[in-house]
Design a protein around this ligand. Structure first.
Ligand SMILES: Nc1nc2c(ncn2[C@@H]2O[C@H](COP(=O)(O)OP(=O)(O)O)[C@@H](O)[C@H]2O)c(=O)[nH]1
Ligand SMILES: [Mg+2]
Length: 261
């Protein structure tokens, strides 16, 4: 889905937009692919939220196809999300029906990491339109901390980049929901590094929800558990409805006063 298609969906009720914010190769597309695979097995949501529909099944398939096990072919990872010349991110849509019958639409913005890297350095960067779009529209921001990068040979640079990005994302989120999501949870990171990352997200030691995901099972933990926990939190997001004040104004409308002659 592109920006133009959104009018169609937003005409009903404004969907909840989830922005996945992080550098290149941090595991952003893998999160979305994992959500979709779990959804297909009926293992993504609990009873209170049942899957209703999606306008972008082909898009989800494209993201998740390579994560699937096929006979004789182990799963691989999604191919690189290219930045092309797009100014707005590609959107993936899912709608869930709650117990009370209400439908809720979610849009997941999967953007190339390059956008965020440019945006972190310069908020006004001309080729960071997509990152600005997500920052402006996201009701929920998933700020991605890549454990592999934070434990690798370039961990210092990865930490500095994260701090810069976190500062920008936290400032932009202004009271909207934001979570710290550790990807590649199978990789060990030094406790001191973890502390620095947490501090970057919550400099005033406010509490920011934290999740860890991995495509590899860890101990007793099924690989799906991390993704499920994260999705459960996303589903808890609400958007306040607009209450139009009731007025007696219709009595002043000429049509209702004089009718149509
Ligand atoms: N060890 C480990 N590596 C992962 C995991 N998830 C993703 N990766 C690696 O990270 C790479 C980038 O993932 P991708 O989802 O394309 O990242 P994106 O650029 O942020 O969308 C993949 O090709 C994998 O090599 C994970 O759970 N554990
Ligand atoms: Mg990607």
């Amino acid at each position: 889905m592109g920006e133009a298609d959104l009018n169609f969906l937003s005409g009903k009720v404004k969907p909840i937009t989830v922005g996945v914010v992080g550098p290149e190769s941090a595991g952003k597309t893998t999160i979305l692919g994992a959500f979709y695979l779990l959804l297909g097995r009926g293992a993504l949501t609990a009873e209170g939220n049942s899957f209703s529909n999606s306008y972008t099944l082909a898009g989800w398939e494209a993201v998740a196809a390579c994560l699937r096990w096929k006979p004789g072919q182990p799963p691989s990872f999604p191919s690189h999300t290219s930045s092309r010349a797009a100014r707005a991110p590609g959107m993936l849509h899912l709608a869930f029906r709650r117990k009370d019958g209400a439908l809720r639409d979610f849009l997941f913005a999967d953007a190339p990491g390059e956008w965020f890297q440019k945006w972190a350095v310069n908020e006004q960067a001309p080729d960071a339109d997509g990152a600005r779009w997500i920052a402006r529209h996201a009701d929920v921001t998933l700020l991605i901390a890549d454990r592999e990068a934070l434990a690798g040979p370039k961990m210092g640079a990865a930490r500095n980049d994260f701090q810069l990005l976190a500062q920008r994302a936290v400032a932009e989120s202004r009271g909207r929901r934001l979570a710290l999501v550790w990807t590649k949870g199978d990789v060990d990171v030094a406790p001191a590094m973890e502390a620095q990352i947490r501090k970057a997200v919550a400099p005033d030691s406010s509490s920011v929800p934290e999740f860890t995901v991995s495509v590899h099972p860890r101990g007793d933990l099924d690989a799906g558990d991390g993704f499920r926990g994260l999705f459960q939190w996303i589903l808890g997001s609400t958007r306040l409805g607009v209450d139009l004040p009731a007025t007696g104004a219709s009595g002043h409308d000429p049509l209702f006063l004089f009718g149509r002659r």
